[in-house]
Design a protein around this ligand. Structure first.
Ligand SMILES: *Cc1c(COP(=O)(O)O)cnc(C)c1O
Length: 364
């Protein structure tokens, strides 16, 4: 078997499946980057070679998402979890309040870090419904002149996604888009700040993408620790210190792959089709129990249960033996979860649907 045909269907929530052509290019160019005589793991981050890599990655991101000129694109470290702190440290200015719309355990964690910095208002929470849904506009208790409103655009663990953004007026909208950034077209101008750990939908772990509107950089005070200061990273074009060079290089290749596939409109169409096939199977007979409210279902993380935990462990075990990896749900919620990010192949969804039908036939 070639390395490619030996691959399993990887439904992991993150780190997650990568595009095979990207892996093949990394493999091909690893020992020497063409014309460089060194690998990407060995070049200085101050070299022209790396400057080209990071500039190309940024250019591809800007083209892909049509990012307006008044936004900075930053490549940081520390994962989305460090952004839980950096966001309030930089833009929750003294004497103001930040609104958090709590739709899952990741927003809960983000709000917890913000409370260490300043005043936080929970503008809504769907915890009472086990986070199976996204709140409506009418449920939001927004603070007038809030420093920002924070959402988690896709709730990786609970399997819900914002399909219509909340109306927050002139207040900057901040989104943790770790598990759905670039899964479809995005109107960047609706946001003040977007962040995403790369290891779900963008590339490998180690890099964190931050897209921030320039006027917000003025809120970063000089007294902040240097490495936690967005303005410092922006002034230094993400090269204040040694960045995660390999992760940025790889993320760049993934962005190029997305562009080659036709960009976010095309990618969004494929993602709709993939998720649609899986939800259709989940709804087909009533045997499966999808957990998210229908209109809030995620295109990226499809969560479902079975009648008993015994059946669920049987499903996880048998699916793993059949070459479907990572279908066990998050330990905090149980059940099953199929993460089907951009790089997850459509034939893997078809194969899972086939497997589910067979499982239902045998265990119905
Ligand atoms: C995975 C995830 C995180 C945590 O990301 P790290 O990079 O591990 O810090 C935060 N938010 C969301 C929505 C996630 O899916």
């Amino acid at each position: 078997m070639s390395p490619t045909t030996a691959r399993v269907y990887n439904f992991s929530s993150g780190p997650a499946v990568m595009p095979v052509p990207v892996l093949e290019q990394i493999q091909r160019d690893l020992v020497t980057l063409p014309g460089v005589g060194m690998s990407i793991l060995e070049v200085s981050h101050r070299s022209k070679v790396f400057e080209d890599v990071i500039e190309q990655a940024e250019a591809d991101i800007r083209a892909l998402a049509n990012i307006p000129a008044n936004y900075k694109v930053l490549f940081l470290q520390g994962g989305a979890s460090l952004q839980f702190s950096m966001v309030p440290l930089n833009i929750l200015t003294a004497g103001t309040t930040a609104d958090y719309i709590v739709t899952g355990s990741w927003t809960d964690k983000a709000a917890k870090e913000a409370r260490r910095v300043g005043s936080v208002n929970v503008a809504a929470t769907t915890e009472g419904d086990k986070f199976c849904r996204i709140p409506s506009q009418g449920e939001l208790t927004l603070t007038a002149n809030a420093a920002y409103v924070h959402i988690t655009s896709n709730n990786t663990i609970e399997g819900t996604q914002w399909h219509t953004l909340p109306d927050v007026g002139a207040v900057p909208l901040v989104s943790d888009a770790s598990s759905d950034l670039f899964c479809r077209p995005i109107d960047i101008a609706r946001y003040g700040l977007i962040y995403a750990g790369a290891q779900k939908n963008l590339g490998p772990s180690g890099a964190t993408l931050v897209i921030i509107r320039e006027d917000l950089l003025a809120r970063s005070t000089k007294s902040l620790h240097t490495m936690l200061n967005y303005a410092v990273h922006a002034e230094n074009a993400s090269l204040y210190n040694t960045p995660p060079c390999f992760a940025i290089y790889t993320l760049g290749l993934v962005m190029r792959w997305l562009r080659d596939r036709g960009g976010l409109v095309e990618v969004g169409t494929v993602n709709q089709r993939k998720a649609g096939k899986l939800y259709a199977e989940l709804d087909r007979t009533g045997y499966w129990r999808p957990t998210a409210r229908t209109q809030d279902r995620s295109l990226m993380n499809v969560t479902f249960r079975l009648a008993t935990e015994g059946l669920e462990s049987k499903f996880v075990k048998e699916s793993t033996s059949a070459g479907f990896d990572g279908l066990k749900g998050h330990r905090s919620v149980g059940g099953m979860r199929a993460s089907i990010y951009n790089a997850f192949p459509e034939e893997g969804v078809d194969a899972l649907v086939e497997f589910m039908r067979e499982f239902e036939r045998k265990n119905g």
